[in-house]
Design a protein around this ligand. Structure first.
Ligand SMILES: C[S@@+](CC[C@H](N)C(=O)[O-])C[C@H]1O[C@@H](n2cnc3c(N)ncnc32)[C@H](O)[C@@H]1O
Length: 194
């Protein structure tokens, strides 16, 4: 990193810490969520709730569990307690990859899944990021279709059908919205249980 970019990086971190809208885009995120208000109900899990921009919004619709520290480990504690959620929003600065597939084991029969995914650049990816993408998404430059394909397969293991409702590009991030519906195993295979 050059001195100039190190300085820029430091400034960005500070503004993120201060909850600057420039890095959190609360208005754009809420505008998108409003389109799916009819799904906002019951138990709402916010992974990376930060300073609560979205917590305040979600609280109008349901009981919110905001995760503010150690999300990567705490998610498994909630899973261990067999918690189920009607809405799950993963809003990290980086990729949400490590929360899959566990969150498919934490959904009610119908669950709205929202997550942030930094827009994948076309040029200048470093080798580790590129390999990370290949490991998780089987593509060096995962597209919206690649992400949806991999998640569809993961969701099916838990008998959920995934439907992509919306993708909003906000500056350097995508916000994905899916509705996940659990089906009876018998509906998938056309076999009746005796
Ligand atoms: C992209 S911001 C989103 C915050 C919030 N959802 C919003 O809209 O303002 C991500 C937040 O996660 C926090 N964070 C960083 N590491 C975390 C971790 N391991 N577990 C939980 N939160 C973390 C950051 O401090 C930051 O406030």
């Amino acid at each position: 990193m050059t001195g100039h970019s190190a300085e820029k990086h430091k400034k960005a971190r500070l503004l993120q810490k201060q909850n600057a809208d420039k890095y959190h885009h609360p208005r754009e995120k809420k505008k998108q969520l409003r389109k799916f208000k009819h799904f906002l109900t019951g138990e709402i899990l916010e992974v990376f709730a930060g300073k609560g921009n979205l917590t305040k919004y979600y609280t109008k619709y349901g009981r919110v569990t905001p995760m503010t520290i150690d999300s990567f480990n705490t998610i498994y504690k909630l899973r261990g307690h067999k918690k189920k959620y009607n809405v799950i929003d993963i809003d990290s600065y980086g990729y949400p990859d490590k929360f899959f597939p566990v969150i498919f084991e934490m959904m009610t029969k119908e669950c709205l899944l929202i997550f942030t995914f930094p827009v994948v650049g076309v040029n200048c990816l470093n080798g580790i990021t590129e390999q990370h993408f290949i490991n998780f998404w089987r593509s060096a430059r995962p597209t919206i279709g690649d992400v949806t394909g991999i998640l569809t397969d993961m969701a099916l293991r838990e008998w959920y059908l995934l439907q992509l409702l919306d993708v909003q590009k906000i500056k350097r991030i995508w916000r994905f919205v899916y509705i996940c519906n659990r089906k009876k195993a018998t509906e998938f295979c056309g076999v009746k249980n005796r």
